[in-house]
Write a protein that binds this ligand. Structure first.
Ligand code: TXE
Length: 480
């Protein structure tokens, strides 16, 4: 079985401890590879490699940095089939989703920032003959990128691409739950001619390796995507060290469907926004609010389509719901279904684990689940479940549903379905959310600011926002 290696100073190396952790295939519930059980010593050697390369990389022209990254993007495309299969096996998502979303977006991320850097500029301020100011935007130096298990290569590249393009060297830690594609990616970095030390990938446990990055005195910025609780612990360490922090955290996103919506489009898209990636996307709409005149019609159609979804082997092209990512996460999701019953909910469909025949008999599968009859402020409607579980309820007025939508501690993304564009603009502006989709979901322009408010995070990724995070401005004022 594969022993995943760290990627440090341009080479694939074993962890200094020589220790490895089990890496599971969630569709089979079995160990299929091993991941380095790295520690702070591995982080120190990754940091030293990055420190040793940072002057060179910062002095490398934007065009040369872009060229290397474009070669890397092409190598992702050339190896898309192998990467999609690896992502599916490692995460439990369908190979269909990995092929259509995860891997193409990984190369888009690299390509987008490799080209955006060629257009990134700053500003100058003329003081009417007294002085002229110009702003330099210099790379920070060595930065830390920590990414989660739900969209492994997609979110890993989303973080490292702007950091690298803007001239930083990176110490990166993918999730220990899904390390495989970052490992395969490191081999592509070698093939693309990425200079040694520019990108370093250290695998291992968050509390050991992620924490070692966060606390390292010379890693001056941390870009993190993951759970809100983890985000809090990272901030507690990094803030007193005056590190720059980008935190993309959890969500509990409302999907608000007005009676004047395009019914068929709203229903079709709600299937995806509810259950894509087994509901393990921070942007999924897990709280569905439907205006009363169409509530029963929508609810019944939604339940019928959900019952028809196939839970199965993620490698089977007929499968629409794959495995949840781990035994522990499956148990967490099912515990919320039990809580929903205690809080007075009715399970309209799903709610149980699925035991498949054959090679996936020990996998971590859950039925897509719809729950009705809960109050807007119960725990199941306030806490992030991060699984194929949604709640649905009717509403009568805009004010009522706005209160429901804004009632959680989160504010990442919201979806609004209405053909009334005046209402869409008025209502959308009142939502406490970093992203509002109207009559669509997960439509992504990589130039736009991406991130949440409240407990969904701090800062914005995407486009020049990402470059602003990974650079430090210096204002130079020339007296005339
Ligand atoms: O995230 P974690 P997980 C939510 C979702 C999920 C919960 C936990 O609710 O159930 O977060 O998921 C590293 N210092 N989202 O376990 O634990 C860890 O190794 C530094 C939403 O994936 O936050 C991994 O690489 N690093 C989210 C990364 O942090 C630490 C997507 C994320 O791990 C660390 C995924 C520490 N103390 C989960 N502890 C989204 N917004 O997309 C862990 N890590």
């Amino acid at each position: 079985m594969t022993h995943i290696q760290n990627y440090i100073n341009g080479a694939l190396v074993a962890p200094k401890s020589g220790e490895y952790l089990d890496n599971y295939n969630p569709a089979k519930g079995e160990v299929y590879s091993y991941i380095p059980d790295s520690n702070s010593e591995d982080i120190e050697s990754a940091y030293s490699a990055a420190e040793g390369a940072k002057e060179m990389w910062a002095a490398t022209s934007k065009q040369e940095r872009s060229d290397i990254m474009m070669r890397l993007a092409q190598l992702i495309d050339d190896n898309a089939k192998e990467l999609a299969l690896a992502e599916s096996i490692d995460n439990g998502k369908t190979v269909k989703l990995a092929s259509h979303v995860d891997i193409p977006r990984a190369s888009s991320n690299i390509r987008f920032f490799a080209t955006a850097i060629l257009h990134y500029a700053s500003e100058s301020h003329d003081m009417d003959g007294i002085a002229i100011n110009y702003t330099l935007r210099k790379p920070i130096g060595v930065v830390g990128c920590i990414s989660p298990w739900n969209l492994p290569l997609y979110l890993f590249t989303w973080k490292i691409a702007p950091a690298l393009a803007s001239g930083n060297c990176v110490v990166a830690k993918p999730s220990e739950v899904t390390p495989m594609t970052a490992y395969l990616f490191s081999k592509l970095c070698i093939e693309a001619g990425m200079p040694a030390g520019v990108l370093n990938i250290v695998h291992g446990l968050g509390a050991k390796v992620g924490a070692a990055i966060t606390v390292h005195p010379k890693i001056k910025a941390i870009s993190f995507t993951g759970g809100t609780a983890t985000g809090k612990s990272i901030a507690a360490v990094a803030a007193p060290m005056f590190k720059k922090l980008s935190l993309e955290l959890g969500g509990k996103n409302p999907n608000i469907i007005f009676a004047d919506c395009d019914f068929d489009k709203a229903l079709k898209t709600t299937m995806a926004s509810s259950f894509a990636n087994q509901g393990q996307i921070c942007l999924c709409g897990s709280r569905i609010f439907v205006e009363r005149p169409i509530y029963e019609k929508f609810r019944d159609a939604f339940v019928a389509k959900t019952k028809a979804m196939k839970v199965g082997n993620p490698l089977d092209k007929e499968t629409s719901i794959g495995a949840t990512v781990s035994k522990e996460h499956k148990a967490k999701i099912l515990s919320y279904v039990e809580l929903a019953k205690e809080e007075g909910g009715t399970i309209l469909t799903g709610g149980k684990e699925v035991i498949l025949e054959g090679e996936c008999a020990n996998g971590y599968f859950i039925e897509p689940t719809i729950i009705e009859g809960l109050s807007f402020d119960c725990r199941v409607n306030q806490e992030e479940i991060f699984g194929p579980v949604v709640t649905i309820m009717p509403f009568d007025t805009e004010e009522e549903v706005l209160g429901y939508a804004n009632s959680t501690e989160y504010g990442l993304a919201a979806t609004v379905w209405t053909e009334n564009i005046t209402r869409a603009n008025r209502f959308g502006a009142k939502l406490e959310s970093g992203i509002v989709w109207v009559n669509c979901w997960l439509v992504r322009d990589l130039r736009t600011p991406f991130g949440g408010v409240k407990n969904s995070g701090v800062g914005r990724e995407g486009g020049f926002h990402a470059f602003n995070f990974f650079t430090e401005p210096t204002n130079v004022c020339i007296g005339l």
